[in-house]
Write a protein of this length. Structure first.
Lengths: 726, 76, 227
C-alpha cells in the first residue's frame, strides 16, 4: 500500500487513515477497491449527505422514502407507485449511446427490484452548443441510446426535457427517471432477514464493463481523457433486462424472494454491502461461483459494472423453484454465498479470503463532509433598454431558439404508447399513464431552470419546484412527491458548493410548504471540464395522481371559438431572466437582476382554483406559463389547424415570465361563469382572446399561421439534421 | 476453425445506411469514397475435421443466418 | 358472434399484454396465453402474434422467433383456416416463417419511429370489411424495421391476389411520400396471405381502442372479424 495507490483509488490520505486506524492492518487490493467504490461521491454522498438529511422525506402517503432503491408512495386502495431519477452523465459524454442506454437500464432495475412493474420513463437531457459537431454527435447518440433501451424493453417514454446551453459543452447531462406500479402488500426491500439465507446471483455474466465507473463519476475530466476511459463504459443489453425483469417479477409474484438489490454502480460490491448493512447482518460470498464472460481477477469481479444483474436472498427451500423459473427465462443463476450473523462482508476466491471487512467501517464510517461554501454575491439593481424589441423581433427570437422549438425529432424516437396505457404522450404539459386495471392516472414531469439557480440558488430552486407542480396541475394531476437529481460542478469550489447547499434549502422550503416529500434521488458532482463548470442543474422529477383517468385535461387547443383566459402575475421584464437572456442576449450572471421571490401563497391559490374549475368541467385545456411567457405557452398549445387571436396592452410582457401563471381554454358558453368563479375567489383573471383556425393574431401583428407553425415544428429538426449517422 | 460469413442486403434493395455513411465521410472531408454498402459479419468456430463443412455452413445460412428474400451471403 | 383467441409470448415480446387487453375487451372472452416453447396451441379462432423485440431483434427481427417450437402449430392453425394477426414484430415473424410474403427492412430514415399514422383499406378481407373505403384510420406505429419490401414478381402476385390489406396515407386518404413514413414499397402497411386468413400489419391497433387512446380506430379490425 503506498500513497500513489491510495490516491489512484480516489481516496484521500485522511480517508485512508480512518480506515487504517479502524482496521489496524493493511488492506488487501480487493479491500482497497471496495473502499474506492463505496467511499466515492456517487455511492456515499459525502458532500451532499449533510444537506440532504434536512429535506422533508415523509408524510401520510410515503411508504418508502430515500434509502432504498426507489421511493414509494400510496395511491389509495392497494396500489402504490415507485419512482426515482438517476444520472448517467459522465458515461454519456464518453460513449453517448451506451452511456445513456445503461442509464435507462439502471433506473429500471431500481424500480423492479422493489417488486414494481415499470410503467413509464422520462428523461431530462442537456447539451452544449448545437452548432458544434460534437454536440450533434452527442445528441444523436444519447437519444438513440435512450430509445434503444426503453423501446426494446417495452416501457413507454412519456416526457422529459431537452435543453441546450453552452455550459454543457463538455459535460452533457443525462438524467433518467422511471415510475413503476406495485401492490402495497407485494413490495420487496433490500434487507435480508434470514441467517443462513442463500445469496444468489441472477442475470448477465460478469465482464470488464465499467470497472471503476463509480470512481469515474467522481473525477473531473480533462479534455484528452476520453479514449483512455472508453473501455470502462458499460454496454447494455435491453433484451436481457426484459428477461431479467419478467423473471424477477415472476419470482416476486410467487413470493420466492426474501430480498433483492440490483447491481448498479460499484456492482456486486455495493449491492452486497448495502444488503448486509440494511439487515444488520453479514454476507459471505464465493467469487469463484460468479458467472463470468471472460477470465477476471477477484478485484475485477468486485468492481465490474456489467449490466443486467441482480443480487437476491432466498430461503434454501425455494432454491429449486427459483432455478426453474429463471431457466424458463434463460437467465443465468448461481448460488454464490450465504447470509451470516458476523456483520462482516467476506469475499473468498480460490479458498482464500480476499475481503474481510466489518460492514460498519464501509457504510457507517463513510466520510461525510461539511465543505465550506460561499453565499452568492448580491445582485446590483440593473436597468435595461428594451427599445429595440417589439413583438415581431421577440417572436422571431423565440422561434429561432431551439430551446423553444418542438422536440418531436427527439421523442418520435421513443415509443410512448407501448403497454397501451398512455393518456398523454410527450409534448403535453405532463406525461400521464393510466394505472393498469384501475381508473387511476399517474402524471409526471421533469423540470429545471439552471439560469434561475445560478442567479439565486434558493429562489431559483423554489421557482423550479413550483413550475413542476404547475405542469402537473394544468393536466389536473395533484402533485404528490418528488425525486431529484442534483447535477453540479465541483463542490471544492466554494461558490458551487454554495449553489448546492442553497438549492437544497430552496427545495426543502418549497416541498415543506406544499407537502410534497422527496422520496428518492441522486447526486452527480464534478460535472466540469478544464475549469468550465456546468450551470447548477438540480432536476426535479415530480409525480402526481388523479383517481379518475377520465378527468385529466389536455394541453392543446380543442376547438375554434374557445376562449383564452390567463391567470398569474407577470414579472417585470427586468426581473425575467429568460427574457433577458433570450431576447436581450444577456449571458454574464452579473448582468442580471436578482430573482423575484417565489410566491407560494399565490401558487397554492391558483392550484386550488384550477382544481375547483376542473371539478366543475369548466376548462377544456390548460398549460402553465414559464420560459417564453404566455406566447410560448400558446404556441405550444397550437395544433396543425388551430392558432389564436389575442389582445393585450403590454405586448412585451407576453414574453416575460410569470408567477403562478396558467393559460386556460374555456368553452364560449362558460366564459361568464369562469369570470364569476374567479371573482368569487379573488383571482385576477384576464381574458386574452380566442382560439382561431389558421390564425396567429396579437393585437395588430398577424404573422402567417402556417409559417409560424412550420418553424416551430421544424426549427430543431432542421438544425440537428446536418449530422448523419447510421 | 474460424468461419467468417459476410451477410449483405441484395444489391437491388435500397440500403440507406451506405448512403448515410458516405454523407458522413463527405462531411468529415473524405470525399473520395463512393458506392458504400454496409453488411454484417458472423464469425463462428467449427470443429476442424467436420465432414461436409460447406453443406453445414450453407444449411445454417439458409435456415437461420440469412433471409434469402432480401439478403445474400459470402463465406470469406 | 364471438371469437376465442390466444396470444403467443416470445422472450422479448412486449406488446403481449396489450394484445390480451385488446382481445378481451372486444371479444368479451378470456384470451389464452401461450409460451413460445409450448408445442401446441389451444383450439382458438384467432391467434395474435404481438409486437415487441422477440429475441432482442438480434440477427434479424423475428428471425429467431420464427424457429420457436410453437411455430409448427401456428402453421397448422393457418392451414386449417384459423385467423392470425401479426402486429409489428408479429408481422416480421410471419414473413420469416413464410406465412406472409416479403420482408420488413430498416426504416428509410434509419431511426426508430413512434407516432400516429393514417392507414386506409385497400383490398377487401375479413380484417377490414367493416372499414369504409374512405375512412383513414389513425393508429400508432412504433418500429425500427417497418419498411415493407418484395420483389417485382412478389408485388405483382400480391396485387393479382388482392392481398394488400392496408396502405399508409395522409388524413385525406392520399398516399404520399410524406405519409409513407418508413419508405415501404407502394405504401404497404399490411398484407394478407393468399387465403386471406392471416394478416400482418406494422401499426398497433391494440393501442387505438380504449376511450383514453387518441383514436379508437383499432377496434374496427377486430370488429370486422367479429362480424
Amino acid at each position: 500500500m503506498n500513497t500513489e495507490l491510495i490516491l489512484q483509488h480516489g481516496l484521500t490520505l485522511d480517508e485512508y487513515e480512518v480506515i487504517n486506524n479502524y482496521m489496524q492492518r493493511e488492506l488487501t487490493m480487493e479491500e482497497l477497491g471496495i473502499f474506492s467504490a463505496m467511499w466515492n461521491e456517487h455511492c456515499c454522498y459525502k458532500t451532499s449527505k449533510k444537506w440532504l438529511k434536512k429535506l422533508p422525506t415523509s408524510n401520510d402517503i410515503v411508504i418508502q422514502g430515500p434509502g432504498e432503491n426507489a421511493g414509494i408512495i400510496d395511491i389509495q386502495d392497494d396500489d402504490a407507485i415507485a419512482f426515482k431519477i438517476e444520472s448517467h452523465n459522465h458515461p454519456s459524454y464518453i460513449e453517448p449511446f451506451n452511456g445513456s442506454a445503461t442509464g435507462v437500464g439502471g433506473i429500471l432495475r431500481d424500480i423492479f427490484t422493489m417488486g414494481a412493474r415499470p410503467i413509464a420513463t422520462l428523461n431530462s437531457i442537456r447539451f452544449g452548443d448545437l452548432s458544434n459537431f460534437k454536440t450533434k454527435y452527442l445528441v444523436n447518440g444519447v437519444v438513440k441510446g435512450i430509445g434503444h433501451y426503453g423501446n426494446c424493453i417495452g416501457i413507454p417514454n412519456i416526457g422529459g426535457e431537452c435543453e441546450f446551453d453552452h455550459s454543457y459543452d463538455y459535460n452533457n447531462l443525462v438524467n433518467a427517471m422511471a415510475i413503476g406500479h406495485v401492490k402495497k402488500d407485494s413490495i420487496f426491500y433490500s434487507e435480508p432477514k434470514t441467517i443462513g439465507g442463500l445469496i444468489v446471483y441472477i442475470g448477465s455474466k460478469t465482464g470488464k464493463d465499467g470497472i471503476h465507473g463509480a470512481s469515474m463519476a467522481s473525477d473531473v475530466f480533462s479534455e484528452d481523457d476520453e479514449d483512455s476511459k472508453r473501455p470502462s463504459v458499460q454496454v447494455g443489453d435491453p433484451f436481457m433486462e426484459k428477461l431479467l425483469m419478467e423473471g424477477c417479477l415472476e419470482l416476486m409474484d410467487a413470493k420466492l424472494i426474501e430480498s433483492m438489490q440490483d447491481m448498479g454502480a460499484a456492482g456486486i460490491t455495493s449491492s452486497s454491502v448495502e444488503m448486509a448493512s440494511k439487515g444488520n447482518l453479514g454476507v459471505e460470498i464465493n467469487l469463484d461461483r460468479i458467472p463470468l464472460r471472460e477470465p477476471l481477477t477477484p478485484y475485477e469481479i468486485l468492481l465490474s459494472e456489467s449490466q443486467e444483474r441482480m443480487l437476491a436472498v432466498i430461503l434454501e427451500e425455494n432454491n429449486e423453484k427459483v432455478k426453474n423459473i429463471l431457466k424458463k427465462w434463460e437467465i443465468d443463476y448461481e448460488v454464490i454465498g450465504v447470509v451470516t450473523d458476523t456483520k462482516k462482508v467476506i469475499f473468498k476466491s480460490q479458498d482464500k479470503i480476499v475481503v474481510d471487512l466489518p460492514v460498519d467501517i464501509i457504510v457507517d464510517s463513510a466520510p461525510e463532509y461539511d465543505r465550506p461554501f460561499n453565499l452568492p454575491l448580491k445582485h446590483k439593481v440593473q436597468k435595461y433598454d428594451f427599445n429595440q424589441l417589439n413583438i415581431e423581433t421577440c417572436l422571431n427570437n423565440l422561434l429561432t431558439n431551439i430551446n423553444y422549438s418542438h422536440k418531436a425529432w427527439v421523442y418520435d424516437q421513443y415509443d410512448s404508447t407501448v403497454m397501451g396505457d398512455t393518456i398523454f404522450e410527450p409534448g403535453s404539459s405532463s406525461g400521464i399513464v393510466k394505472v393498469h386495471k384501475t381508473n387511476k392516472a399517474i402524471g409526471a414531469t421533469t423540470d429545471c431552470n439552471p439560469l434561475y439557480i445560478r442567479i439565486n440558488p434558493e429562489q431559483g430552486m423554489a421557482h423550479t419546484v413550483v413550475e413542476s407542480y404547475r405542469n402537473l396541475v394544468s393536466s389536473n394531476i395533484k402533485p404528490m412527491a418528488i425525486t431529484n437529481n442534483l447535477n453540479f460542478a465541483s463542490p471544492l469550489d466554494q461558490n458551487i458548493m454554495g449553489e448546492l447547499v442553497l438549492s437544497i434549502h430552496g427545495l426543502k422550503e418549497t416541498a415543506k410548504y406544499f407537502d410534497t416529500p422527496i422520496v428518492s434521488g441522486n447526486v452527480s458532482l464534478y460535472n466540469q471540464t478544464n475549469d468550465e463548470p456546468i450551470k447548477p442543474t438540480p432536476v426535479i422529477g415530480c409525480v402526481g395522481f388523479n383517481e379518475n383517468y377520465r378527468s385529466v385535461i389536455p394541453t392543446h387547443f380543442q376547438n375554434d371559438g374557445d376562449q383564452i383566459f390567463m391567470i398569474g402575475k407577470p414579472l417585470d421584464l427586468a426581473e425575467s431572466p429568460y427574457f433577458l437572456q433570450d431576447q436581450l442576449g444577456l449571458s454574464n450572471i452579473n448582468e442580471f437582476n436578482d430573482l423575484a421571490k417565489c410566491d407560494f401563497a399565490l401558487e397554492k391559490k391558483h392550484q386550488d382554483f384550477l382544481f375547483q374549475m376542473f371539478e366543475k368541467n369548466m376548462i377544456k385545456s390548460c398549460n402553465d406559463i414559464s420560459r417564453g411567457g404566455p406566447i410560448h405557452s400558446l404556441i405550444t398549445m397550437m395544433t396543425s389547424k388551430l392558432g389564436f387571436h389575442i389582445q393585450h396592452s403590454d405586448e412585451l410582457s407576453l414574453f416575460s415570465e410569470y408567477l403562478a401563471g396558467y393559460i386556460m381554454i374555456i368553452d364560449q358558453n362558460n366564459s361568464e361563469s369562469i369570470v364569476k368563479e374567479a371573482q368569487a375567489e379573488c383571482i385576477d383573471l384576464m381574458h386574452l382572446g380566442s382560439v382561431k383556425t389558421d390564425t396567429i393574431e396579437i393585437n395588430e401583428f398577424q404573422p402567417k399561421f402556417n409559417i409560424v407553425y412550420e418553424v416551430y415544428k421544424n426549427n430543431f429538426s432542421d438544425k440537428i439534421k446536418n449530422y448523419h449517422d447510421n | 476453425m474460424r468461419v467468417k460469413i459476410l451477410v449483405r442486403l441484395k444489391k437491388q434493395i435500397l440500403e440507406p445506411q451506405g448512403k448515410n455513411i458516405e454523407e458522413s465521410l463527405n462531411n468529415l472531408g473524405f470525399d473520395k469514397c463512393s458506392n458504400i454498402r454496409q453488411g454484417k459479419l458472423i464469425e463462428l468456430d467449427l470443429p476442424d475435421g467436420l465432414e461436409d463443412r460447406n453443406t453445414y455452413i450453407k444449411t445454417i445460412c439458409d435456415k437461420l443466418l440469412v433471409n434469402n428474400i432480401i439478403e445474400e451471403y459470402e463465406v470469406l | 358472434m364471438s371469437l376465442s383467441s390466444a396470444v403467443i409470448t416470445f422472450p422479448g415480446s412486449n406488446c403481449d399484454r396489450d394484445a390480451q387487453t385488446y382481445l378481451e375487451a372486444l371479444t368479451g372472452q378470456d384470451t389464452h396465453k401461450v409460451w413460445h416453447k409450448d408445442v401446441s396451441l389451444p383450439k382458438v379462432d384467432l391467434l395474435i402474434i404481438p409486437g415487441g423485440f422477440s429475441f432482442g431483434d438480434y440477427l434479424r427481427s423475428g428471425a429467431m422467433a420464427s424457429k420457436s417450437p410453437i411455430i409448427n402449430d401456428v402453421l397448422k392453425h393457418a392451414d386449417r383456416g384459423g385467423y392470425i394477426i401479426g402486429i409489428c414484430n408479429g408481422f416480421q415473424i410471419l414473413t420469416e416463417i413464410g406465412l406472409l410474403d416479403g420482408a420488413l427492412n430498416r426504416n428509410i430514415n434509419l431511426k426508430f419511429l413512434a407516432k400516429n399514422c393514417f392507414i386506409k383499406k385497400n383490398h377487401d378481407n375479413h380484417f377490414n370489411k367493416k372499414i369504409l373505403p374512405d375512412h383513414c384510420l389513425s393508429i400508432p406505429v412504433a418500429h425500427n424495421e417497418g419498411s415493407y419490401y418484395n420483389s417485382e414478381e412478389g408485388l405483382k402476385s400480391l396485387e393479382d391476389n388482392q392481398q394488400i390489406s392496408f396502405l399508409y396515407c395522409d388524413e385525406k386518404g392520399n398516399t404520399t411520400d410524406q405519409s409513407n413514413l418508413n419508405g415501404s414499397l407502394n405504401h404497404i402497411a399490411g398484407i394478407t396471405n393468399k387465403k386471406k386468413n392471416v394478416l400482418g400489419l406494422m401499426p398497433h391497433p391494440e393501442r387505438a381502442f380504449q376511450d383514453f387512446h387518441t383514436s379508437q380506430d383499432g377496434q374496427l379490425i377486430l370488429e370486422s372479424l367479429l362480424g
